[in-house]
Design a protein around this ligand. Structure first.
Ligand code: DAH
Length: 377
């Protein structure tokens, strides 16, 4: 191999300079170094020494200029081929070392899956997750699908499209968290309710529609029954002849299934929401005897949700013709439902991440709520 380079032919450079151009020897040396590299750091140092800006091969490349044209062409070819084979060798070695490193880690970090489980379970299902699943299970049985939307909305979807114009007092009532404007579209907000999912869904699908949309919602409010982040489930049903009677029947079925009572006393109170007309708030009959809350008995009332027939402007903003379609909507507070059903007095405990609280109120992971298998407890 060595005799492929005939340095005697070189007549522009002296013999010693020509010897510097012993490309094959340099290549062989580099390949040996690469072959014996034991880690990725060392391999990279070799790459820099050979191919980096001040590397051996790069240095020789620069000196080609001083050679006569024939010699330059010949040496150029050799140098390029050396460069290719050094680069290929480095790549191959890099893959080999990376594989070895992965094998070493897999061996070192191996987990013995035959170990018995810890005797005491550490975590459990949070009441908010449990109640969300329960609510969804009930509505799914009635033919509702689950829809979702993002926590960050623009103020058009959160307010404007829902028939709440800029100057509307409802905007103040919501204690909205506004985010810095991004320059395009409306002003971003942390959604103050799950109602914008109604608009998103109307815009992305054709009626008839039957959805529930659970999710996080945000308002600047904090006391025993309010936290800045809380949870709602939105409901929306649109068809050609959907009417208030359907809404009442649907909510009654829901309440009886959720609280597991035969016949719940319910009160539908006229109310006002900009996105529904007519609007109603729904109360459930209960008693607070001896500090204990009992659903479906006694003569106290507790408000559990807002609802109504979808306002024609809202349908229009969702791209649906209000002369053909009509529907109902409702919004439930999940945290509130959880407090009522499981007797949890203070909402703030929900979000303090205290394991003792969770052990007290939490649910076993295997108790997935279904209507046929039982909702919980
Ligand atoms: N978005 C309302 C709120 O957070 C709740 C609500 C009321 C939702 C009536 C609805 C509805 O869909 O029809 O206060």
């Amino acid at each position: 191999m060595q005799d492929q380079i005939d340095t005697t032919k070189n007549d522009t450079l002296g013999a010693s300079a020509a010897a510097d151009f012993d490309v094959l020897t340099l290549e062989a040396k580099l390949l040996l170094k690469i072959e014996t590299a034991t880690d990725l750091g060392r391999l990279d140092a070799i790459r820099v020494d050979a191919l980096g800006r001040k590397g051996d091969i790069t240095g020789l490349m620069k000196r080609l200029r001083g050679l006569d044209p024939d010699r330059r062409r010949e040496m150029g070819r050799e140098l390029n081929s050396a460069k290719d084979s050094v680069r290929d060798a480095i790549e191959a070695k890099r893959a080999e070392l990376a594989r070895a490193e992965m094998d070493r880690r897999l061996e070192a970090e191996r987990v013995d899956i035959s170990l018995p489980p810890r005797p005491e379970a550490q975590g459990s299902v949070h009441p908010v997750s449990q109640v969300t699943e329960e609510v969804v299970a009930i509505f799914r049985e009635m033919g509702f699908a689950v829809a979702e939307g993002p926590d960050i909305e623009d103020d058009w979807l959160n307010f404007g499209a829902l028939n709440i114009p800029d100057e509307h007092p409802a905007r103040q009532e919501h204690d909205t968290f506004y985010l810095p404007a991004s320059g395009e579209g409306g002003r971003p907000v942390l959604r103050t309710h799950t109602s914008p999912v109604q608009i998103r869904h109307m815009l992305s699908s054709e009626p008839p529609i039957r959805i529930v949309a659970p999710g996080r919602t945000y308002r600047g409010d904090s006391d025993m029954t309010h936290t800045p982040m809380f949870h709602q489930v939105e409901g929306l049903a649109i068809d050609k002849s959907t009417h208030l009677g359907h809404l009442k029947g649907c909510l009654r079925d829901f309440v009886e299934a959720f609280f597991q009572v035969e016949k719940a006393p319910m009160r539908f109170r006229p109310s006002y929401f900009p996105f529904t007309a007519p609007s109603m708030e729904v109360d459930i009959g209960c008693s607070f005897e001896g500090g204990e809350l009992k659903i479906g008995a006694g003569d106290d009332w507790l408000e559990i949700l807002g609802s109504g027939m979808v306002h024609p402007n809202v349908l229009r903003n969702g791209g649906i013709d209000p002369d053909v379609w009509q529907g109902f909507a409702f919004g439930l507070g999940i945290d509130r439902l959880a407090m009522l059903k499981y007797g949890i007095p203070d909402l703030r405990g929900f979000f303090e991440a205290d394991l003792r609280w969770l052990r007290h109120y939490g649910f076993r992971a295997f108790d997935a709520p279904t209507l046929h298998g039982g909702l919980a407890r």
